[in-house]
Design a protein around this ligand. Structure first.
Ligand SMILES: [Zn+2]
Length: 75
């Protein structure tokens, strides 16, 4: 009778889409979770010297100008 219990316990591992969980779309994302990136290790930690930014929510890359503009708005 293993086939009977199997249908109940079998989980595909695919999480059902939740209506409240909006997909992180770069077009609608406000990129508030910006992570600065640095080419040079010695510049790390200095936002003004960041060579690029990446949004941690939608993974959209931003130029240093775009990133600093968003950070300036948030500050
Ligand atoms: Zn974003």
């Amino acid at each position: 009778m293993s086939w009977f219990s199997r249908s109940k316990t079998d989980k595909s591992g695919e999480a059902p889409a939740k209506p409240g969980m909006a997909k992180n779309d770069p077009l609608t994302c406000t990129h508030q979770a910006l992570a600065p990136r640095w080419d040079r290790a010695e510049d790390m930690g200095k936002t003004a010297l960041a060579t690029s930014f990446v949004c941690e929510k939608c993974h959209h890359p931003l130029t240093p100008d775009e990133g600093r503009a968003i950070l300036a708005l948030r500050a």
